[in-house]
Design a protein around this ligand. Structure first.
Ligand SMILES: Nc1nc2c(ncn2[C@@H]2O[C@H](COP(=O)(O)OP(=O)(O)O)[C@@H](O)[C@H]2O)c(=O)[nH]1
Ligand SMILES: [Mg+2]
Ligand SMILES: [Zn+2]
Length: 349
């Protein structure tokens, strides 16, 4: 908690709306999760910010699926403990990080804008941008590519390549150092933005620049005191001057795709469109006659790198989906076994 606060919040200024209101059971208080710790959350509500523990019910539900746990940005219903998470309007879900885990992990919820943050220097990694954009599109929020550290590189050459890797998304150039492009990033009152990108991309510096205060530790401080490389350890929702909200995240290494079918189709809308023009509806774009995708690569309209990136992400998404299917099948089988057992128990004389 950034200093215990006695400031009360209007729920609507925190992004509460009629659909959340309708989902809230009478007798509970609604609050927005600003930070999650083991077993408790910091919750912003009409009474200020307070720390509220998870209820046992919630913990048990999460033992089946961790996606049921509150995450930063969630609206929750609570009294002495958090009783439930209100249905998420948008959610950013990555693949679970534990080996063999087929569940997702929610990074942030009820976000309006996802800023995919990539520095101008070293050279932007288009594959990483595409991966994060897939996640962003899948979330239901509006994706924006934010190219940081514009003061360090001549961005003109970079922007065309990035725009081609981000159809349908805005691309913005900013520098926290010079202030260029900052104002355009400021979320509107009641709106929430999240920053995704690798460690060192300049996310926390951006948050501080928008906040006009050193709320988050950044690389510069880190270098001065010689602490580890990953300064931002918590995802945290902050209220900015002007009334928008922003969620900083720690650098995410090896973000895996979870459910990503729609996200991929949107992030690669150019490839999808071409695929629709292939002669065969089930064209694999591997050399079939009349393949519009390969023709576009041939003519230079579609970078070969982008086609390879699409294939890679699609394989990953299909694999994740098959893992989820296998888990659901296993869960169903388990349930049947329990039911059969209880039926046998009943039939016994
Ligand atoms: N030149 C320049 N350096 C920046 C800018 N934004 C961030 N940095 C530097 O990049 C490093 C990493 O920034 P940080 O905000 O901690 O990155 P994060 O890991 O994404 O949160 C720090 O040393 C910052 O001072 C910028 O606009 N221009
Ligand atoms: Mg940071
Ligand atoms: Zn084809």
């Amino acid at each position: 908690m950034k200093g215990a606060t006695s400031v009360a919040f209007s729920l609507f200024s925190l992004g509460f709306d009629a659909s959340f209101s309708a989902a809230l059971e009478p007798g509970y208080t609604a609050g927005r999760v600003s930070r999650v710790d083991r077993g408790s959350c910091d919750v912003l509500c009409e009474h200020g910010e307070r720390r509220v523990p998870w209820s046992g019910t919630l913990t048990r539900a999460a033992s089946h699926d961790p996606v049921a746990l509150p995450c930063v940005g969630d609206w929750v219903a609570f009294d002495t403990a958090i009783r439930g998470v209100l249905p998420r309007r948008t959610s950013i879900v990555r693949a679970g990080v534990r080996p063999g885990d087929s569940h997702g992990q929610v990074l942030a919820a009820n976000v309006d804008v996802v800023h995919v943050v990539e520095p101008a220097l070293p050279e932007p990694d288009l594959g990483r941008i595409e991966r994060l954009l897939t996640l962003a599109w899948e979330s239901g929020a509006r994706p924006v590519v934010v190219v940081t550290k514009a003061d360090l590189a001549d961005p003109d050459g970079l922007l065309d390549g990035i725009a081609a890797a981000a159809p349908g998304a805005e691309v913005r150039l900013v520098s926290a150092r010079t202030g260029e492009g900052l104002d355009a990033l400021r979320p509107a009152p009641g709106e929430t933005a999240v920053l995704l990108g690798r460690s060192g991309a300049g996310k926390s510096t951006l948050v501080n620049a928008l906040a006009g205060a050193e709320l988050m530790q950044t690389g510069a401080i880190r270098e001065a005191d010689g602490r580890g490389r990953h300064t931002t350890v918590h995802r945290e929702l902050l209220i900015l001057p002007g009334g928008g909200m922003i969620i900083d995240t720690p650098g995410l290494r090896g973000i895996g795709l979870h459910d990503a079918g729609d996200g991929l189709a949107l992030a690669f809308s150019d490839v999808e469109e071409l695929a629709g023009e292939c002669r065969f509806a089930d064209c694999a774009h591997e050399g079939e006659p009349g393949c519009a995708v390969l023709a576009a690569v041939e003519s230079g309209d579609l970078p070969e790198r982008r086609l390879a990136s699409w294939r890679k992400l699609r394989r990953e998404a299909e694999w994740a989906a098959s893992r989820t299917d296998a888990r659901l099948r296993a869960e169903r089988t388990r349930q049947w076994k329990v039911i059969h057992k209880s039926m046998r128990g009943r039939n016994r004389p």
